[in-house]
Write a protein that binds this ligand. Structure first.
Ligand code: S3P
Length: 187
């Protein structure tokens, strides 16, 4: 039996396929910064599954985010967010788009590569249609939303493994994220 040859081959194969460091890619950032649009493209380019926390909550509750905020209050929505991200991160190989408040109120598994979609408040406002703004209860009053943005942006920065300048169009900056991710060992 070629014991030596077998051992050498096994060891070199292990070396060639290192264990991934991260289970999932999690996108964070302020409301309307483009997490969902970016996430869909990223998932397609990287052959990952795309998951969107707000969409999953809405489907599970059979209710819009707006209605959950109105009928069950924000605190309840935050509980649903934590539950949803906990469940999602039990799985691997996904690009997960979060709601803007998720990293503020919930903890995200340490095995996630956290990417901050870092767009300025004025760029976000310009990008959003009235319909898109109306869907977001915390974006109804512009000065309050601006204050929330200022309050939160350092938390996004602290939590992120990687921050991308998202003030340009999505196709312009998406390759920056793809290059970064391909350099990491993400399942
Ligand atoms: C929120 C952001 C929203 C949604 C909810 C609360 C927030 O998601 O989860 O309206 O607290 O920033 P988007 O970031 O996709 O707009």
């Amino acid at each position: 039996m070629d014991v030596l040859g077998f051992c050498t081959q096994t060891r070199s194969m292990e070396y060639m396929t290192p264990k991934p460091v991260y289970d999932n890619i999690v996108l964070i950032g302020f409301m309307g910064s483009g997490k969902t649009s970016v996430g869909k493209v990223l998932a397609r380019k990287l052959y990952k599954k795309f998951m969107d926390v707000d969409t999953l909550i809405e489907a599970e509750q059979n209710s819009s985010v707006n209605d959950i905020f109105q009928n069950k209050k924000e605190e309840h929505f935050r509980v649903l967010e934590q539950k949803c991200i906990n469940e999602l991160t039990q799985n691997t190989g996904q690009v997960i788009a979060t709601g803007g408040g998720l990293p503020i109120y919930s903890s995200i598994s340490k095995k996630s590569l956290i990417v901050y979609i870092n767009a300025d408040f004025d760029v976000i406002l310009e990008r959003l249609t009235t319909k898109e703004r109306d869907k977001r209860p915390l974006l109804q009053n512009e000065s309050e939303a601006r204050a929330l943005f200022e309050e939160r942006k350092h938390i996004y920065e602290e939590q992120a493994d990687f921050s991308v300048d998202a003030n340009q169009s999505i196709p312009t900056f998406i390759h920056v994220i793809v290059d970064y991710i391909l350099d990491q060992r993400v399942l």
